[in-house]
Design a protein around this ligand. Structure first.
Ligand SMILES: [Cu+2]
Length: 144
């Protein structure tokens, strides 16, 4: 049984001093990335309050589009104590945005592609976050 012997030489240990320029460039790129991420996080906060949800027969109707871009609208305002029907319309490629989690109201739903809905009663006032299960897409639920 024969074995191929390695023909290449062993690596020599280079004692040569390396330039620090790539390190500095990487540092600057990381700093730029950090600023960009920080501004994206701040920019995702909805600045203006959403109009109050439309009411039909004692139920507040909220239509939500679910897509890879996230929740649209991502800012909802409802009245406390009245049932809220969330009517979703999800694209086939919405992925995890078809999940809707509102921890403050113990809601964790998986919505169908196309139309789906669920109802809950917001029993406390305040500003609450809703997200996908991975918390990558989010929106704000305001209860007044
Ligand atoms: Cu997600």
């Amino acid at each position: 049984m024969s074995r191929n012997k390695p023909t290449h030489k062993k690596n020599h240990h280079h004692n040569q001093k390396k330039s620090q320029t790539p390190l500095i460039v990487m540092g600057i790129m990381l700093a730029v990335l950090a600023v960009w991420i920080a501004s994206a996080v701040v920019g995702s906060a909805p600045p203006e309050p959403a109009p109050l949800a439309e009411q039909r027969g004692g139920t507040q109707i909220v239509s939500l589009d679910l897509s890879p871009a996230g929740y649209s609208p991502n800012n909802i305002t409802v009245k406390k104590g009245l049932p809220v029907e969330i009517r979703t319309n999800a694209t086939a490629d919405a992925g995890c945005v078809r999940g809707l989690v509102i921890p403050d109201f113990d809601i964790n739903k998986a919505l169908d592609v196309g139309q789906d809905s669920f109802t809950f009663v917001p029993d406390k006032a305040g500003t609450f976050e809703f997200t996908c299960q991975m918390r990558m897409s989010s929106g704000t639920l305001t209860v007044i």
